[in-house]
Design a protein around this ligand. Structure first.
Ligand SMILES: [Zn+2]
Length: 564
């Protein structure tokens, strides 16, 4: 940090005796600054000292912080917003996905099979083919894929590829064999082995049944994890994502982050929530919610109450509209319910934040019941419960959400994706309380935005576009699917910045461009508050700044480092 004597002030006629004041390390001028801070919503310039913002204001006000070594960025009138904070990602899986077989946009089974075959040719014999993110709703008829389809192109590689929502996987014969899954294998609690008319496994394994095959997949090596983390960090920087909240982080993932942090290579701030099944581990250490430093925090756990809408395993009060004998599946963690309650009690008693995946209306209701039990037992403490996804709400539960101050950690991109087929599955009435962002806000519920990457793209501008337009991906609802639930661009950005910061107890440290907060900012190619909302999805990131360091600039080679 450099100290500069501000003799120059006298030259500009500002009444001042020579005063000493630290000079900024970075100043951004001529910006269209959307601060997200009600105290000063708009500004032209920002000064950064070390990794914090020290001044926000007009060009003239902020230039008072300029010293001989201050780096200057002229924003050229472009929009500067607080860095995006993705409240729900699977960061390592996301990084892996960037290098694995891409099946999500396969629009026919031929294409699906061809891509898997190509991947198999690239890989050594015996190595597992994973990832995929296939989506059978994109081909006709929209039937689940089977092992018979892919066996001929994968004779030497076990295959275990995920449906894009992660709630269903397809195994080939080799993988079924290695996992010992046969016609005689019973469905595990909370899971389904999909079978043909003769009772033979088709290769599709839903929810807890995935575990039968997962357990024979060799764990990621440290090198694989490290490679994935670096890919993910680079990807996040390129999209203006300056913070992520990693749900279901493995301990080995956290170890990789710690190593990157030590080497000054962690360019995204990470809050990691391992599975609630391991709650004892964090409770034993005695760490509490959001324990750690600016770049890496732990102290949260992630539980699962049910499955997903796409896999028909989301747990509803009433059956699926198109499957009258099925109203979904509670996860194995909820069977018996006391198992989940005990783990939540343990986490809460230890001061650990609880994040619970719940999608169907009954699953959400049950989690709210459990949260109520926890509050009754422990009272007092500031806990900030979260429900991840909170997709399909029962009318009566919006108010409870607010009363318990539960954070709705939601993913707007899913709203324009699932809405292509959601109504057929759950009917109009339930669909009207689906991705009900406006209703949440009306009830005073804290919204945090994220993507669920690798389930959906990490790009926050797609999420903002989705929340603002609710235009389904198939182009069939250009004016919005349940348009009364649309948010304004400002509300969407708020949920993606302050909302997510609140969800990780960091609203005093980030989420707005405010003096004293971390200098995490993103310069965008267009003013997303002024342009036609349809164009928000095409907006590009011009610069990503984390802790005052430029970690992304498409016009300039930047080294991904936060080391000073
Ligand atoms: Zn997730």
């Amino acid at each position: 940090m450099k100290l500069v004597i501000f003799l120059l002030l006298a030259v500009f006629g500002i009444p001042s005796s020579a005063q000493s004041k630290p000079a900024a390390d970075l100043i951004i001028t001529h910006g269209n600054v959307w601060t997200g801070d009600d105290a000063r919503p708009k500004a032209e310039a920002v000064a950064v000292l070390g990794d914090r913002i020290v001044a926000v204001g007009s060009n003239a006000e902020v230039l008072l912080w300029r010293g001989p070594e201050t780096k200057m960025i002229d924003a050229g009138g472009k929009l500067l917003v607080p860095g995006f904070n993705d409240s729900h990602v699977h960061f390592i899986e996301g990084g892996r996905q960037l290098d694995s077989v891409q099946l999500n946009d396969a629009t026919s089974t031929d294409e699906f099979v061809r891509r898997i075959g190509e991947q198999a040719k690239k890989m050594p014999k015996g190595e597992w083919i994973l990832g995929g993110d296939w989506d059978e709703t994109k081909w006709t008829p929209p039937d689940l894929p089977t092992h018979q389809m892919i066996d001929p192109v994968t004779p030497d590689n076990p295959v275990l590829i995920s449906r894009y929502d992660g709630h269903s996987v397809l195994a080939n014969s080799l993988a079924l064999q290695l996992a010992g899954i046969t016609a005689k294998t019973p469905d595990p609690p909370g899971g389904t082995i999909v079978r043909d008319a003769e009772g033979n496994p088709t290769g599709d394994l839903k929810d807890a049944a995935e575990g039968l095959a997962d357990k024979v997949v060799p764990p990621l090596s440290h090198d694989q994890r490290m490679r994935a983390a670096k890919r993910a960090l680079e990807h996040a920087a390129s999209l203006g994502v300056t913070s992520v909240q990693h749900m279901v982080a493995d301990y080995e993932d956290i170890a990789v982050y710690a190593e990157l942090l030590q080497d000054g290579e962690l360019t995204t701030r990470i809050y990691a929530a391992p599975l609630i099944t391991g709650v004892d581990d964090q409770a034993k250490i005695g760490i509490r919610h959001a324990f750690g430093g600016p770049y890496l925090r732990i102290g949260a756990v992630k539980g699962f109450a049910d499955g997903s809408l796409g896999s028909r395993t989301a747990y509803f009060f009433e059956p699926f509209s198109d499957e009258p004998n099925n109203h979904g599946l509670l996860s194995d963690e909820m069977q018996p319910l006391s198992l989940m309650r005990d783990r939540m009690m343990k986490a809460d008693a230890a001061g650990i934040q609880i994040c619970t995946h719940a999608i169907g209306d009954q699953a959400i209701s049950m989690v709210l019941d459990l949260y109520t039990d926890v509050v009754k037992a422990h009272r007092g403490a500031e806990r900030r419960f979260r429900i991840e996804h909170a997709q399909h709400m029962a009318e009566k539960d919006f108010a409870r959400f607010a009363q318990l101050d539960v954070i709705a950690s939601v993913q707007p991109y899913h709203a324009i994706d699932d809405s292509r087929w959601a109504e057929a599955r759950i009917g109009h009435d339930r669909a009207s309380r689906t991705y009900a962002f406006r209703t949440f806000l009306n009830h005073g519920v804290h919204l945090a935005f994220g993507t669920d990457w690798d389930v959906a793209p990490l790009n926050p501008l797609l999420g903002i576009y989705a929340a603002v337009t609710r235009a389904t991906l198939d182009g069939k609802n250009p004016n919005g699917w349940f348009p009364e639930q649309k948010l304004t661009a400002a509300e969407a950005v708020h949920a993606y910045t302050m909302g997510s910061a609140y969800a990780e107890f960091q609203e005093k440290e980030k989420g707005s461009i405010t003096p004293g907060k971390f200098a995490d900012m993103v310069l965008l190619s267009e003013d997303i508050f002024a342009i036609d909302p349809v164009k928000i999805r095409d907006v590009k990131v011009l610069k990503t700044i984390i802790g005052g360091k430029v970690v992304w600039d498409p016009n300039r080679k930047v080294s991904y480092s936060t080391a000073y």
